[in-house]
Design a protein around this ligand. Structure first.
Ligand SMILES: [Zn+2]
Ligand SMILES: [Zn+2]
Length: 424
């Protein structure tokens, strides 16, 4: 039997991969505008990193994480998200020693054992940023402005974007809020889904994440975190909103927004496309001022966000963005007859050294077939026939216009470069 890929682990084929490259390139450029540098993290971590950082009672850790022992019995996990890893690396390598705010971004695969569906795979890809080392509410707003900027740079029109924002307070506020939620939900316990009945005891905040319609309806009228904030958190949230106003970012306050991970404190947000409907966030994030301590490090405030590449690419393709032509080869070399093979091979090398993307046929296709391939894959065909060869020449055919020109073999790379640059 033929070996096939694992359910939920999808190949990204060349016809799609170039769109990913273009989007990744754009993301990197915008991250750099805000002073972020890339960090590349392992996909395998100790499972403990996530049970402590993300939280034992979260869906992600409780139900969706890939956990397995290595050959010596060490409990490992495929990372379900990257924030905990970024903070681990920050602490492990003493990145705080430089002082100020450390700004890091990442791109890469994450793993969650969920039911695979359109735009959501078990191996999925995230882009994200983390800014570590400051409590300043202006930084929360800057991170959100960066998220907005990304979507605009990707030509997702601004009028369709909307932030949902909330503050879930600090660890001093949390027990009071949990109690308020518990006493609100307790009389309705029978109407909650079985998972939420468990959550009611363990962590009633997680009921607010539940997607079951009955639970959602009850959550709609639940006590608001913003009514249980200490003066410091209230002040912080007010400032975040005033910076958002100053930056002209469109937002609504959403008291049911808590995000599915335990490490969040104070500001939480999601950026949604209004066209996709309220449930479909493009990215989400917030502050996590206690995460470093949860991982055994010194107190380090942080704020960031992560978004899904699959979802982003789905939206972009849906809007017709990124539908521009897949990049072509500059030139496809077409040798006619065995005599032409050797000069063709030499010419290919010279073309590539001159910075031109070039290829030729290696499976003995006919002239007609080679020209057909050239028409699909390249901007120019470079024909080396017996007539050309006796004169040390090659015919260059513009495959868009059908025009042909003849050049001497010696000057072909330079001439082609001139043509290629002019028609870019
Ligand atoms: Zn507080
Ligand atoms: Zn529920």
């Amino acid at each position: 039997m033929r070996v096939e890929s694992v359910r939920g682990m999808r190949d990204i084929l060349p016809e799609e991969a170039w769109v990913w490259q273009a989007v990744e390139e754009m993301l990197r450029q915008v991250f750099a505008l805000y002073g972020y540098e890339e960090i590349r993290l392992p996909v395998v971590e100790r499972a403990e990193l996530f049970s402590r950082g993300v939280g034992e009672t979260t869906e992600v850790v409780h139900k969706e994480m890939y956990v397995f022992p290595d050959r010596k019995g060490l409990e490992l996990a495929l990372r379900p998200e990257a924030t905990a890893s970024v903070v681990r690396a920050y602490l492990e390598h003493g990145l705080y020693a430089k002082g100020g705010v450390t700004k890091l971004y990442y791109l890469g695969p994450m793993f969650r054992y969920e039911k695979p569906q359109m735009g959501r795979q078990r191996q999925f890809h995230q882009y994200g940023v983390e800014a570590l080392g400051s409590l300043d509410p202006a930084l929360d707003a800057e991170v959100m402005a960066l998220a907005w900027h990304l979507m605009e740079a990707l030509e997702l029109r601004g009028e369709h974007l909307l932030f949902r924002v909330n503050s879930i307070g600090c660890r001093e506020d949390r027990p009071k809020y949990r109690e308020a939620l518990r006493s609100y939900f307790a009389p309705h316990a029978a109407g909650l889904c079985p998972d939420c009945q468990r959550r009611l005891e363990e962590n009633p905040l997680r009921i607010l994440d539940c997607k079951e319609p009955a639970c959602r309806e009850l959550a709609g009228a639940a006590p608001r975190a913003t009514d249980h904030l200490c003066p410091g958190c209230k002040e912080h949230f007010g400032q975040v909103l005033s910076f958002l106003d100053a930056l002209g970012l469109v937002y609504v306050e959403d008291p049911t927004l808590v995000r599915g991970l335990d490490y969040y404190t104070r500001t939480v947000f999601e950026l949604a496309s209004r066209e996709l409907g309220a449930q479909d966030a493009l990215l989400g994030g917030g502050r996590y001022d206690d995460l470093a301590e949860l991982l055994g490090g010194a107190p380090t405030p942080g704020v960031g966000f992560a978004g899904g590449m699959e979802r982003l690419i789905l939206v972009l393709t849906g809007q017709g963005v990124g539908a521009q032509e897949r990049p072509l080869l500059d030139v496809y070399v077409v040798p006619i007859g065995g005599e032409a093979k050797r000069p063709a091979v030499e010419l290919l090398t010279r073309l590539r050294k001159a910075g031109l993307a070039a290829d030729m046929d290696y499976v003995g296709r006919s002239l007609r077939k080679m020209m057909e391939i050239a028409g699909k894959r390249a901007r120019y065909a470079l024909i080396l026939g017996p007539d050309e060869l006796v004169r040390d020449q090659a015919t260059v055919k513009n495959l868009a216009t059908g025009e042909s020109q003849t050049f001497s073999l010696a000057e072909v790379p330079e001439r082609l470069r001139g043509l290629a640059e002019r028609s870019c």
